[in-house]
Design a protein around this ligand. Structure first.
Ligand code: SF4
Length: 275
């Protein structure tokens, strides 16, 4: 089942609390089996849009995702993520924060800065063992030192970060994924936040929040969740950055491992409210 159809089913179950109405043009384009079925009145947040009844939920997925975004932005404000003084620092941070908190990664970055080696040339001059010692606060420091060296090799193959980041987005992503220890989340973080190209980042917070909202089953693959966002949101680097950062914030403030649902900005759209 396509995620868009799952969202449609859940909208029917949740009733008038969420989702939207498509315009006639979008309905014409929709070939989903549920097309044309009414699911009742629109929720309060849609009243200002002049809609009264939901006709086609498959095309409503984009409205669902944008409504979540609007609510999170209104609740938390712009996040300004990812911190870093340069694209290289952001890329290094994406590798260092694997399997650890940002706080620990930031301590490792501070060590690299203090040592004056936070540049492709500076890090390249250091043996892996010295890099490992500097990044010790980030944990798994021997593995991460090797990953940084492998990333630096990729950078050098393209005559520097600018050359690497000038690759078309899919090619850049593939090259990054070919680096040992760089998986989809890290690759997309580098593409989005360091190279400033629109590649949506999926992480554990995204999966947890969307599962609890009832929008996904939770066992979907990374690529499927990435597709859900990218096919239903405008292809916009700023939007992708802010959306991902807001989901992280929401996962830390309200939708934690043990959720704090009181005052949650998504509470009336959520099938798991009440914890
Ligand atoms: S209502 Fe609770 S479970 Fe649902 S999104 Fe908010 S914090 Fe998470």
């Amino acid at each position: 089942m396509r995620l868009e159809d799952l969202i449609a089913e859940n909208a029917r179950r949740l009733g008038p609390s969420a989702y939207t109405r498509s315009g006639p043009e979008e309905e014409d384009r929709c070939s989903a089996s549920h097309h044309g079925k009414s699911i009742g009145p629109l929720g309060p947040w849609l009243q200002g849009k002049g809609g009264t009844e939901l006709k086609c939920l498959a095309v409503g997925t984009k409205e669902v995702l944008l409504e979540i975004y609007r609510r999170l932005l209104s609740a938390y404000g712009p996040q300004g993520w990812w911190p870093g003084d340069s694209a290289f620092e952001v890329a290094v941070g994406a590798i260092l924060t694997q399997a650890t908190s940002w706080k620990n990664a930031a301590r490792a970055i501070a060590n690299l800065k203090r040592a004056g080696v936070l540049s492709p040339e500076g890090l390249w001059r250091l043996p892996a063992a010295e890099i490992a010692e500097l990044i010790r606060p980030a944990g798994y420091f021997n593995q991460k030192a090797k990953r940084l060296r492998a990333f630096l090799e990729l950078v050098r193959e393209h005559d520097g970060l600018e050359g690497l980041f000038s690759l078309p987005i899919e090619e850049l992503r593939e090259r990054l994924l070919a680096v040992p220890g760089i998986g989809p989340e890290t690759a997309d973080s580098i593409v989005l936040y360091a190279a400033e190209k629109p590649s949506f980042v999926i992480d554990a917070y995204t999966r947890r929040i969307l599962s609890r909202l009832g929008l996904i089953q939770g066992d979907e693959g990374y690529a499927e969740l990435k597709r859900l966002f990218e096919e239903n949101l405008p292809r916009d680097t700023g939007l992708y950055k802010e959306y991902h950062a807001l989901l992280v914030r929401h996962g830390k403030v309200h939708c934690r491992a043990r959720p704090r649902c009181g005052g949650c900005p998504l509470g009336d759209m959520c099938s798991a409210t009440g914890s």
